[in-house]
Write a protein that binds this ligand. Structure first.
Ligand code: NOJ
Length: 726
């Protein structure tokens, strides 16, 4: 008896702290690191891929031999059984049994694909974006993936750049708000919750400054715009607890983002105290050679690691070189330990040590729950933007008996999914024609003609389209972009639709029938020629699997559109960049600083979007015309729905500081609120201005200043002055 209890006590004492579920995470990390060899540590800092790689831009192939102690894998599969097999290997066969972290690009949904980020932001509904991210996290987690490379919170101002589709638009505050919503949706209350996945903020930082809209090119990001425009969304999401960050492909005025000690270590880790880890973008470490700051693979590894990139995505450069660099005393072991502890921290927080395997449930239980479909549909509905509606062409009157449904997008499914939708399936998508038939099939005859393709110059389908148009009461012309015209490495020199689509519109116009232009695209478009042809324009973006019904509902009037743009539509490509919050020009006179050959104003500014009802804004009131720095100011406006149907109205609050030490943007979005207003109803909107948060400016080192003097708070077309006094 005595012998048995002694043996029991000895073996109980031997359970390592890192395996003790009850021990604090920091003690578990410390204990585990103390047991790891240098090789084991370095393996944790590498990410390989496994499964079929469908991303044409990422050259890595199928990796058959996975080192059992690898830190992370990009999992191009959806099968949790296979993932569990790989995980079992790591847990049971590696010396210390460290679980692998499985990551993947779940950008706007997994199987239930919801609208692209640029569209999501047009909903101005962060709660809905949070719910969609929550739904995505559940599907992702049940497929064996613990970590998504999302949200992308790059502020974007050049619609030629394909990656604008992945961003929440041209405004820094909007990217912060929606980024936080996505992080909260993915990560839930705790990373260790059953359906939580880790978020990854990307691309750190300044990638959106893409020169000429060209991907992978250099970016010239001034210290001022870094702090004023590009860093704030990242700071907000770090404060919201985002587990990881991805370093960008771009360089920041000569120092590539992946070798940038200032942004990665001084700002992210020291100032903001981020304690998760940074993963490089795919091959971004190797690319330091092409960017001209490293002469060899070893050198790239040294630069990226010492700058603060903890995990090497797909390059194996850390695997090949970190040990050598440690032995050469170039990389201190304490830096390796810090990097490994960051990776382990995320794994512990996700609960991977205690629950390393994915529960196996049927595909039916895993994907496309009723709730996820509803959220996807509602998000699609709220992100669609009514851009034009002359003579109340919309909603389509019940007297319409013949509808001509024309265009390459009308029966298309694949392209409605948008870029970065690997696990989306065409079969799950409700097309435009399906939505229209469901909505109008009983009351009208629908004649469909494709008319032309997305591009090329085949006009042979025009005659069918014209014939369908001639016998119709109204034409629904569905044009747009293919899904691979945006996303990574998908820049375009012109943001106009290809000539063939515009030409068909011109031909259809000749029939004299009213034209409703339905657009599905991944970027703002040049509509200078199409806008005059269309009586109404509805922007549906790339809505994902559930676009058909919301679109048809808006056309019929069952749904009152409420989306407003998250990115400005320039009139022509030549106006790029045009965004709402540029700094004031030196000569404010109408004839100065304009183009000689085209108008200077864009077609639609960020924030633009029509409704079927009308709103009347009361005069804005402010709680005081003078406040001290530490006092709050309340601005209020009452909005009346003066139309006949209920609507969702988003109120955007801006501030401006006309005289400051630095020249400030003409206006800056600081708050927004979306509320329902019943027909005839009045609703108050309120913006509580906290001077340090809302009125201060940052200098080029990130230091905040609040100056006394005159400011304006702006809403709709109103501008009210107030003062900060000493
Ligand atoms: C490259 C892209 O830039 C990045 O956004 C993505 O997450 C990685 N590849 C992984 O696929």
């Amino acid at each position: 008896m005595g012998l048995i209890s002694t043996v029991f006590i000895v073996s109980a004492q031997k359970t390592p702290i890192y395996k003790d579920k009850k021990a604090p995470i920091e003690s578990r990390i410390k204990d585990l690191i103390s047991r790891m060899t240098l090789d084991e540590k370095i393996l944790q800092l590498n990410q390989f891929t496994v499964g079929y790689n469908t991303n044409v831009n990422n050259e890595g192939g199928v990796i058959k031999e996975i080192p059992i102690g690898i830190g992370s894998l990009i999992y191009f599969g959806t099968d949790p059984v296979y993932r569990n097999e790989i995980q079992r290997n790591a847990i049971e066969k590696s010396r210390l049994g460290i679980p692998i972290l499985f990551g993947f690009d779940v950008i706007h949904g997994f199987r239930a694909v919801y609208p692209i980020a640029l569209a999501q932001a047009c909903s101005w509904n962060p709660d809905l974006v949070k719910s969609a991210s929550e739904m995505a996290a559940r599907e992702t987690k049940l497929s064996g993936i613990d970590w998504t490379f999302s949200p992308m919170i790059d502020v974007v101002r050049d619609p030629r750049w394909g990656r604008v589709a992945e961003s929440y638009g041209e405004d820094s505050y909007t990217n912060a708000i929606f980024g936080v919503a996505a992080v909260n949706g993915y990560q839930g209350k705790s990373l260790s919750d059953r359906f939580s996945i880790a978020a990854c903020l990307k691309h750190f930082v300044g990638y959106g400054e893409s020169e000429g809209g060209r991907d992978y090119h250099a970016t010239d990001v001034s210290a001022q715009s870094l702090w004023e425009t590009y860093l704030p969304p990242f700071e907000a999401c770090v404060n919201a607890g985002a587990a990881t960050v991805m370093s960008g492909f771009n360089d920041i005025s000569g120092v590539p983002a992946t070798a940038n000690h200032y942004t990665l270590t001084e700002v992210l880790k020291r100032r903001w105290k981020h304690d998760g880890f940074v993963v490089s973008d795919w091959s971004a470490i190797r690319q330091l050679m092409f960017q001209g700051v490293a002469g060899s693979r070893k050198d790239t590894g040294f630069k990226a690691f010492m700058a603060g990139v903890e995990m090497d995505m797909a390059d194996s450069i850390y695997l090949e070189n970190l040990k050598i660099l440690v032995n050469e005393k170039k990389v201190p072991v304490k830096n390796i330990d810090d990097a490994v502890s960051r990776v382990l921290r995320v794994k512990f927080r996700l609960g991977l040590f205690d629950n390393p395997y994915t529960p196996i449930v049927s595909e039916n239980e895993r994907y496309l729950s009723t709730e996820s479909r509803q959220v996807t549909e509602q998000l699609a509905e709220e992100s669609m933007v009514l851009l034009k509606n002359s003579n109340n062409t919309l909603p389509i009157s019940s007297s319409v008996k013949q509808i001509a449904l024309i265009g390459p997008m009308a029966a298309d499914k694949k392209n409605l999914l948008g870029s970065w939708s690997y696990n989306g399936r065409e079969d799950d998508v409700e097309s435009i024609i399906e939505g229209i038939e469901k909505e109008f099939g009983k009351t009208a005859t629908i004649s469909y003609a494709k008319g032309c393709d997305f591009d090329g110059n085949d006009e042979s389908g025009f005659s069918d389209a014209i014939e369908a148009a001639k016998k119709s009461d109204i034409i629904l012309l569905c044009l747009g972009e293919k899904k691979d015209w945006s996303g990574e490495n998908a820049s375009r020199s012109s943001i106009a639709l290809p000539t063939i689509q515009e030409k068909m519109a011109v031909e259809l116009k000749k029939t004299g029938k009213p034209i409703v232009l339905v657009l599905s695209n991944g970027r703002p478009l040049e509509l200078v020629r199409l806008e005059p042809i269309a009586d109404a324009i509805l922007e549906i973006w790339q809505p994902g699997i559930a676009g058909g019904s919301p679109l048809a509902g808006i056309l019929s009037g069952r749904i009152n559109p409420s989306g407003k743009l998250s990115m400005t539509f320039p009139l022509t490509t030549g106006q790029i960049p045009t965004y709402y919050n540029s700094r004031p020009k030196a000569r404010p006179y109408p004839t100065n600083g304009i183009y000689q050959d085209i108008p200077t104003n864009p077609l639609y500014w960020m924030g633009y979007g029509l409704s079927y009802t009308s709103y009347k804004y009361s005069a804005m009131t402010i709680s005081s015309s003078k406040i001290k720095r530490n006092e709050k100011l309340i601005a209020e406006v009452e909005v009346e729905n003066t139309g006949k149907i209920a609507g969702l109205e988003t109120v955007n609050w801006y501030i401006s500081d006309p005289v400051c030490t630095i020249s400030r943007p003409i206006k800056e979005l600081k708050y927004f609120e979306k509320k329902e207003i019943v027909a005839g109803g009045k609703v108050k909107y309120r913006f509580e201005i906290e001077p340090m948060r809302d009125l201060s400016y940052t200098n080029s080192e990130g230091k905040r200043f609040l100056e006394a003097g005159e400011y304006f708070v702006m809403v709709n077309d109103q501008k009210v002055k107030f003062e900060i006094i000493e």
